[in-house]
Ligand binder design. Structure first.
Ligand SMILES: [Zn+2]
Length: 245
């Protein structure tokens, strides 16, 4: 799989864009800003993105969709499959109404087709030659407003890629890493609070999962150095395959 990191910063990162990863130039894992311009900077055709996988609807993971979606609406671009936690489509619609008005979906006179596919954690769906499974994640873990959050496992028939999205520490993270050849995992700083993974916790995870390749993202401070883990950088591409990473 070809992973293009469009943004590797957490919500308040001062020197990095917000979280978004393009997979093989066809799928998006989250959609932090500025999505549309960074797809172009990375040489990826925005209309080539056919499936959007949202981990949760905090701003640093979906604000980039405001311009990405209206570009597709106005250009009458190809349909887009949306996977996300419960309530994702409604949250996205509310956001786009605030930006563009209630008729945003038909601004292109006919609009485009946004297919929201609802699956439960543990269920799988086929999309763009991948088998995609939603994985239960606890991000808020009892804090804030209990924002629904999910992770993903993508299987292209050759390897399995995991994505944590934002997550509190807990057995659900180990459960995801157990099932993947490579995982993109959040790593939010030395002391990011109870709703994110600290550098120290990710170091422990790397020790517990020595056969899972870890790619770190969602930084709130300078990324740590962790044996066996790779630090993702904005607008950098990493090629991964089973056994070679
Ligand atoms: Zn975040």
């Amino acid at each position: 799989m070809r992973l293009t990191f469009l943004g590797t910063g957490g919500a308040t990162a001062r020197g990095r864009f917000n979280s978004a990863v393009a997979v093989d130039e066809r799928l998006l894992l989250d959609a932090g800003a500025p999505l549309l311009v960074n797809l172009s900077r990375a040489g990826i055709d925005p209309d080539g993105i056919r499936c959007l996988l949202l981990s949760h609807c905090h701003g640093d993971h979906f604000v980039g969709l405001g311009t990405f979606l209206i570009d597709r609406v106005l250009a009458r671009g190809p349909s887009l499959m949306l996977l996300g936690p419960p309530g994702a489509e409604e949250r996205l619609d509310t956001y786009c109404r605030a930006l563009w008005g209630n008729g945003w979906r038909s601004m292109g006179r006919g609009g485009f087709d946004l297919k929201h596919v609802t699956i439960e954690a543990g269920e799988r769906v086929e999309a763009e030659d991948y088998e995609i499974e939603m994985h239960e994640i606890q991000h808020d873990n009892g804090y804030y407003d209990a924002t629904p959050s999910v992770g993903y496992v993508l299987d292209d028939g050759q390897m399995k890629l995991g994505y944590t999205g934002d997550t509190a520490p807990g057995p659900w993270v180990d459960g995801l890493l157990d099932r993947c050849d490579v995982a993109i995992i959040e790593c939010s700083g030395p002391d990011p609070g109870p709703t994110h993974l600290s550098d120290g916790y990710v170091r422990e995870l790397a020790g517990r999962h020595p056969t899972t390749g870890l790619i770190l993202t969602h930084f709130g401070a300078e990324p740590p150095t962790i044996d066996g883990a790779t630090v993702a950088e904005d607008l950098a591409t990493i090629e991964v395959e089973r056994g070679s990473y």
